[in-house]
Design a protein around this ligand. Sequence first.
Ligand SMILES: [Zn+2]
Length: 316
Amino acid sequence: MERPISRKVSELMERMLLKERIPSSLLLYGPSGVGKTTGALIFSKALLCRNPNPWACGECTSCRYMDRFIKNLREENYEEISVYGEVAGKKVLLYLAGEHPDFMVLVPSPRNIRIDQIRELKEFAFRKPALSEKKVALIDDAHLMNRESANALLKVLEEPPEDTHLILVSEGKESLLPTILSRTVQIEFPPLEEEEFYKLLGEENRDLYELSGGSLTLARAIKEKPEILKIAEDILSSDPERLFLALQEADKLEDKKLLIYILEEKIKKSLLRGDLGYDKFELAMERLREISTALDRGLKLSLALLNLHILLEERS
Ligand SMILES: [Zn+2]
């Protein structure tokens, strides 16, 4: 039976499911790559299952729809599960949903969770469930709501529809409004214990725990290509010689997108550690996303990364 990775979290969720006392709003928070989104999906599946025991049965229609959605999400078949709308004449992503009528996921698009996305959630929240007895809306990267969106969400949290559960997933709770925090039941996803980490990743990867800060997602990626991690560290270092060599290496890399990903993860960590201000973090993330898109058009990576380096080094 599928359960969240962390035993503590799994037991806590199981108690909620057994007592059928599920808070209308939950916040799952903790560092990246420790299974928060997976935990949220497994819990949602259990909430929506038509024969829960107390976790999802894995066989009913609801479970089958959820499995297909989760598979598409894991395999990044986003086109299969994207619902678009129009805002100011532009096509924008509203939310992710599969065949399950009672489940939706909001993700930042492109950088923030926009207010029109929260409006979609609100509409969803006030509909009657169609297949299951409940509905679940998941907000991934909830810390990327802007103030406008957060205030709109607050309205839903203040008068939650009885049969709808909201699950917020966030790397840190500090960046969420206190008024939102006070209306959610918070579940902390602790960093993976080294033991759990190696059980999932394999014993032979003894150095990856520290390198990835216990993030499975990051560890799996760099397990394949350890040299990329070194390049990322050198690009963020303030040593000009290391920087210079790393920029040269970056141009030669085959998997440039992985480098961008590692840089993103590292910059996110600096934000959470408080080493980087939010404004600069946003700029850096935007820069990295631009780089990532421009890569396909033959962008000169070393130049773009040099600019990123300068942006991060500048005193604000
Ligand atoms: Zn089921």
